[in-house]
Design a binder for this molecule. Sequence first.
Ligand SMILES: NC(=O)c1ccc[n+]([C@@H]2O[C@H](COP(=O)([O-])OP(=O)(O)OC[C@H]3O[C@@H](n4cnc5c(N)ncnc54)[C@H](O)[C@@H]3O)[C@@H](O)[C@H]2O)c1
Ligand SMILES: [Zn+2]
Ligand SMILES: [Zn+2]
Length: 375
Amino acid sequence: MAVTQGRAALLIEPGKPVVVEDIEVDAPGAEEVLVRIVASGVCHTDLTIKNQNGAGMKFPIVLGHEGAGFVEQVGESVTHLKIGDPVVIAYRAPCEKCPACRRGDPRHCYAALRPGLRIKRKSTGEVCSQVLRCGTFSTHTVVHSKAAIKMPAEMPLDKACLIACGVITGVGATMNTVKVFPGASVAVVGCGGVGLSVIQGAKLAHAKRIIAVDVNPTKLQWAKDYGATHTVNALDGDPVKAVRDLVTDDWPGYEGGVDFAFEATGLMRCIEQCVRMVNYNGTAVNIGFPGSEDTVTLNIGNIDTGVYWNKVNLSVCHAGDTLPATDFPLMAQYYLNGELKLDEMISRVIGLDDVEAAFHEMETGNVIRSVIRFD
Ligand SMILES: NC(=O)c1ccc[n+]([C@@H]2O[C@H](COP(=O)([O-])OP(=O)(O)OC[C@H]3O[C@@H](n4cnc5c(N)ncnc54)[C@H](O)[C@@H]3O)[C@@H](O)[C@H]2O)c1
Ligand SMILES: [Zn+2]
Ligand SMILES: [Zn+2]
């Protein structure tokens, strides 16, 4: 199979803006597929990886990990996909070999399947890393075939791409990382693409109260459209008190607090707030992507909100603890049934040259997702 010519948005060196360059993509190796990308969402993690100077990845780096497209080439020994299949790319497809996979718990796989390094800068021949083993800000990428999850034919790929990260992370946090039960009370701190997906998951799980917390009034308005029953602007005072006050019960000993508090900001103080928002035996879930020096301080001994007396659980969500082969088609089905909003999450349709502008929009304001279209 010949080398494929393409274009990609790359980080070339630390501290420099994203550049769009010609690339050459080698044919897929055994168990790999080459995907022609149709659309890719811009997730905050791409920006964080830029801001964290690659977050440990080797430069140059092809950005993007929320992509969907069509299989264009199939490597040796791939039997479950064929050329032309529509797929969403998963960054946490289980490895089938680690201790978790071996004991039948692939949602908690220690690793993830990765492809060989097949993308090169055309100008220099340098081999590129692919963010989270994906690299979807690119006309073409090569991924492990089990990380390419087939979509139903009727699923539009420019919407399906959102499933790959923001949607599966948020919805999966409520279904897999923890199990939000019918009637539960839930707080969601941070209502971007991930937080709004947590809200959608909590609604699908029939939570009774869904309290959205953000600092942006527009995001809070949107949160209501996605299923929030209450909103709290964290700039109006202590969000912990506001959330606790919103949850009441006829039982006289009740101190307020939610069963589940999801942090979807990447801010340490929001993790601390989530820990103090939950009721007895409640669970705070850290979703935001931290920096290597980020640290939280947890009070253990406060009689009302301390981790010991309130018996607080702290859980971490990685990509919604997803099993992509089953969860991605399920998300598509929810969308096709009208139970999951995806169209509304796309605030901007952009081109590959607009990644820096999309990062800026994300930092300043009123977008849920910018989606890069390649067709
Ligand atoms: N764990 C995972 O698997 C995973 C997957 C995807 C994204 N992430 C991370 O999740 C986080 C959210 O991602 P996103 O794409 O939704 O980002 P986003 O930028 O779209 O949304 C972040 C939201 O947080 C709000 N916010 C900022 N400061 C706040 C505060 N003090 N209190 C409450 N809200 C505040 C912003 O207004 C915004 O609405 C990022 O850190 C991202 O890297 C993690
Ligand atoms: Zn992401
Ligand atoms: Zn594994």
